[in-house]
Design a protein around this ligand. Structure first.
Ligand code: 4NP
Length: 166
């Protein structure tokens, strides 16, 4: 949310990453974004959620935790939660991992929602419309591919929300 300090607008974006279970892709996206925003010295509200409720209260999948640790961040304290209608007012931007997550989110979006709802990979040139592959049922190396995508998305977010230089 934007506020005014010293006559200068200071924008603190609130971004929610969304997937199905909130134990693989979106917690990795939240972890990658925490790393990228901290590295850039930018303040942001970052969170993640799932459209489904099967894993509510669970920590991220152990393979996702291990991938995050390999990339220098600890996501073991995150707990899965389900997307709520409130999220459409609390966040500026909700980024869905794939088309199915986007459809499920649209189905509960309030008519007067203030959040923008987009696909994560719409932020990357040439990747618009693509989904972040769900690594849940695959081999461990799927998590490295997921990290690669969500780290690129996080860099794009940092670029978008960085104050203009000069
Ligand atoms: P995520 O992956 O949506 O990236 O968290 C999944 C996690 C759990 C299930 C499916 C996808 N599941 O069917 O339990």
């Amino acid at each position: 949310m934007a506020d005014m300090r010293n006559d200068r607008e200071v924008t603190k974006p609130a971004i929610l990453f969304l997937c199905l279970g909130n134990i693989c892709r979106s917690p990795l996206a939240e972890g990658a974004a925490r790393v990228a925003f901290a590295r850039a010295g930018l303040d942001a509200t970052l969170d993640s959620a799932g459209t489904g409720d099967w894993h509510v209260g669970h920590a991220p999948d152990r393979r996702a935790q291990a991938e995050a640790r390999r990339r220098g961040t600890d996501i073991s304290d995150l707990r899965a939660r389900q997307l709520s209608r409130d999220d459409f007012y609390r966040f500026d931007l909700i980024l869905a991992a794939d088309e199915s997550n986007l459809r499920d989110a649209l189905a509960i979006r309030p008519a007067d929602a203030t959040a923008d709802l987009r696909l994560m990979l719409d932020l990357l040139p040439g990747r618009g419309g693509e989904g972040v592959t769900d690594p849940y049922y695959g081999e461990d190396d799927g998590f490295a591919a997921t990290w690669h995508d969500v780290a690129a998305v996080s860099d794009a977010l940092v670029a978008e929300f960085s104050p203009p230089s000069g």
